[in-house]
Design a binder for this molecule. Structure first.
Ligand code: HPA
Length: 248
């Protein structure tokens, strides 16, 4: 990539500065937890024959099989800038077709409990990432209908309760001037830091994306969870994402 904005997709260079995998190392579908150690956990515990395909900056990516179907899992890091880089390179340079984010989020809706699973149908946002697209209006960041429909059907088959709703993607985890009541008024049910960026990158690349998240905390109060509890509670969401991936 020669120009300072890295805008030219046709000059794709593999390996990229951020991913050292070879062409063909990734499956058509990549599951993306925020934490690269969670990617390792999924590769070790849910995939067969998983091979490490990239480890630049410790952002581990693996490809293996789930029920005989090739699936990859790779960390996204935290926030839109991080998932923006990895999802861009996976879609545009590695020919990945679908990305399913599997992360955590904070509950805004009072109807959500810790460890409930949310599918982000639409991701509102408070980020400047969208400015790169030079749009003459506001943009609606939405999930792939196909992946969302499959995830919803799969959740029903597995008996997993899935809350399909609208979420918001923010650039700050520590929200000094809490914006939560305003988002709640608009029936936004949860907050996290990646979905809208992923949806924008997917749309621009004409690819598919879905964000699934477990509730790790309630933003206006009370109990949080430990990283150990979170890891265990992810099993349902991981299974849902893997079953959706192989059905897609
Ligand atoms: N805010 C933003 N991102 C998050 C949260 C939160 O409360 N919980 C998990 N990811």
């Amino acid at each position: 990539m020669t120009d300072s904005t890295h805008a030219n997709k046709t000059e794709s260079v593999i390996p990229t500065p951020h991913i050292e995998a070879a062409k063909g190392d990734f499956a058509d579908v990549v599951l993306m937890p925020g934490d690269p150690m969670r990617a390792k956990f999924i590769a070790d515990n849910f995939l067969d024959d998983a091979k490490l395909v990239t480890a630049v900056r410790g952002m581990f990516g693996y490809t293996g099989t789930y029920k005989g179907v090739s699936v990859s899992v790779m960390g996204s890091g935290m926030g839109i800038p991080s998932i923006g880089i990895y999802s861009y390179e996976l879609f545009n340079f590695y020919d990945v077709k679908k990305i399913i984010r599997i992360g955590t989020c904070g509950a805004i809706s009072k109807d959500l409990e810790i460890f409930d699973i949310v599918a982000s149908m639409a991701a509102s946002y408070d980020t400047s990432f969208v400015k790169q697209y030079n749009l003459p209006g506001t943009y609606s960041a939405v999930a792939s209908y196909e992946l969302l429909r499959l995830a919803d059907d799969t959740a029903k088959k597995l008996g997993i309760k899935l809350h399909v709703g609208s979420t918001v993607t923010c650039d700050s985890f520590y929200d000094e001037m809490s914006q939560v009541p305003s988002w709640r008024k608009m029936n936004v049910i949860a907050v996290e830091m990646e979905a809208a960026g992923l949806y924008m990158v997917a749309a621009a690349a004409e690819k598919e994306a879905l964000a699934l998240m477990t509730i790790s905390d309630k933003v206006e109060g009370s109990e949080g969870t430990t990283s150990e509890q979170r890891e265990k509670s992810l099993t349902n969401m991981i299974t849902l994402a893997l079953e959706t991936a192989i059905a897609s």
